[in-house]
Design a binder for this molecule. Structure first.
Ligand code: FE
Length: 180
């Protein structure tokens, strides 16, 4: 009887170990493929916290749907998709600089695409398992507004593709920030 108890304890321990390994392997496979370039800034940015009612009052209906409710604009409809001017793409919710025009590229997806954010603290990442997919969501580093997703099929030098809703962005043309 004692042997049986010992055997069952060993078996149960071994099963738990295997389960834990499977779970951590799944998590690793899901999200480890996307890495942010190490050369960019790691400074943290003070948060902007607003109530849902405050955001609703400030944003357009479409901005509220995408930035605050994690919506997605229809592909090939965004104003900034074909923008080729030099400047900075900032958060439509809080004006935090997010992407420089020099990192924008034509992905063919129908959404503005970039291969690197302005800084690693400016664009945050979160695991997203909605719609039966495993994706990495990207959010504004200051207001936590939903921007889009990042994938690992982008061009060199990072190999990343930040697929961003045009509605989540405003564009500041180079030189325009000095003119008040
Ligand atoms: Fe923001």
């Amino acid at each position: 009887m004692r042997v049986l108890i010992i055997l069952s304890l060993i078996f149960s321990f071994a099963c738990n170990q295997t389960q834990q390994q499977v779970v951590s392997k799944e998590k690793g496979e899901a999200y480890s493929s996307v890495k942010v370039a190490s050369s960019i800034s790691l400074d943290s940015i003070p948060k902007i916290m607003k109530s849902e009612a405050e955001w609703k009052a400030e944003l357009t209906e479409e901005e509220f749907y995408i930035l605050r409710q994690k919506g997605t604009e229809r592909s090939f409809t965004g104003d900034l998709l074909s923008n080729k001017e030099e400047g900075t793409y900032v958060c439509a919710g809080c004006d935090l600089p997010l992407f420089e025009s020099g990192t924008k590229f034509k992905s063919g997806t129908g959404w503005p695409s970039f291969w690197e954010p302005v800084g690693s603290a400016n664009v945050l990442e979160d695991a997203d398992t909605s719609h039966g997919m495993r994706r990495v969501e990207v959010l504004c580093g200051r207001c936590d507004g939903h921007l889009g997703h990042v994938f690992d099929d982008g061009p060199k030098p990072t190999g990343l593709r930040y697929c961003i809703n045009s509605v989540s962005l405003d564009f500041v043309k180079k030189g325009a920030e000095d003119k008040e």
